[in-house]
Design a protein around this ligand. Structure first.
Ligand code: Q46
Ligand code: ZN
Ligand code: ZN
Length: 326
């Protein structure tokens, strides 16, 4: 197989695009593709300041590098979750620090242990839904960081495989709320930063090849709490379809982005109020983040508040129960 442009030996074959490239022309192709995605979904104006959520995995590191190469101001943000099993958090932190120092990118590290004297590992001892609370935690802190630095948008490393698999999962459940929120660009709302996913149309193979080309060294350890069996099944089903019909994942997801507004009309937003502790929008008087990490402060605030403001929940303990139930 030869490079489509220069006929040198191919470094990567891309069946979805019915083509192959040498390293140099793959690099140009990949950057052009991401640039098109950014333009297509009007994610960023030229040279904008972008907060990039870095986990230490290849997808978020590639997102940061691509945005840098496309001329955006990248500000890295890493959350140290304090997961000691598999050396997960320490190894992730090292991967992010090494990457940012090599690429000369500013990096802010937020340590849960330093700020709240608690970690995800400790939380996991008493909470069953570790991943759900970890997700809430990350989303809250990333949003806070993007707003704090005045970034035009908050970028995450979700790939085409991620977007297509969650679309499939949400369709199977007919989860209209999530079906309205699966777009690669979610505009800002009061209290919420703009959210973008620049790799939303890029497949894992291409991203892996780009990471190898740039000698990106992602964390190899896996989070011990990952329970992705169901999500992996959706990915495997899509991989099987992609093998038979190259390009089908992209067709599936891109088609959705044209029709997502139909789901939006169907889903009413729950009434928003401001969390009594952090002031960010919340569906209950104290947001899940503050209930989880600022328990004492949350308890004090709830004690001062009149019961009718509690959405029918009379005490902080009731609020915690509500959160546990999902
Ligand atoms: S870090 Fe957190 Fe993930 Fe680990 S505890 Fe679950 S959500 S699996 S991406
Ligand atoms: Zn070439
Ligand atoms: Zn809060």
């Amino acid at each position: 197989m030869k490079c489509r442009v220069c006929k040198a030996p191919a470094f990567i074959k891309l069946p979805a695009h019915n083509t192959a490239f040498c390293p140099q022309h793959f690099q140009e192709f990949f950057l052009r593709q991401v640039e098109r995605t950014i333009k297509k979904y009007r994610m960023l104006p030229p040279g904008a300041k972008v907060a990039v959520a870095l986990s230490g995995g290849k997808d978020s590191l590639v997102t940061a590098l691509v945005l840098k190469l496309l001329g955006y101001q990248v500000w890295g943000f890493f959350i140290d979750l304090g997961i000691e099993e598999n050396d997960f958090s320490a190894a992730s932190r090292r991967a992010v620090e090494e990457f940012c120092s090599r690429e000369n990118l500013p990096l802010e590290i937020f340590s849960l242990k330093e700020h709240f004297h608690k970690t995800i590992s400790q939380l996991a001892l008493r909470e069953k839904k570790t991943c759900a609370l970890c997700g809430v935690t990350k989303r809250h802190l990333m949003n806070e960081y993007a707003l704090k630095i005045g970034a035009y948008a908050l970028a995450t490393g979700h790939t085409l495989d991620d977007m297509a698999a969650s679309l499939l999962a949400n369709l199977f459940r007919w989860d209209l709320h999530y079906l309205s929120k699966g777009l690669p660009h979610l505009p800002p709302e009061p209290g919420f930063a703009r959210k973008i996913k620049p790799l939303a149309l890029q497949g894992e193979r291409e991203i892996l090849a780009f990471a190898q080309l740039h000698e990106i060294k992602p964390v190899e350890a896996a989070c011990p709490y990952a329970r992705e069996a169901k999500f992996k099944r959706y990915k495997a089903a899509l991989d099987m379809l992609e093998e038979k019909s190259p390009g089908i994942k992209r067709y599936f997801y891109e088609g959705y982005t044209r029709h997502a507004h139909r789901f939006r009309e169907e889903t009413a937003r729950p009434p928003m109020m401001s969390c009594l502790v952090c002031g960010f929008p919340s569906v209950s008087p104290i947001c899940t983040f503050c209930r989880t990490w600022r328990e004492e402060e949350a308890r004090q605030r709830m004690a001062k508040k009149e019961p009718e403001c509690y959405n029918g929940h009379k005490s902080f303990e009731d609020e915690v129960e509500k959160c546990k139930d999902g």
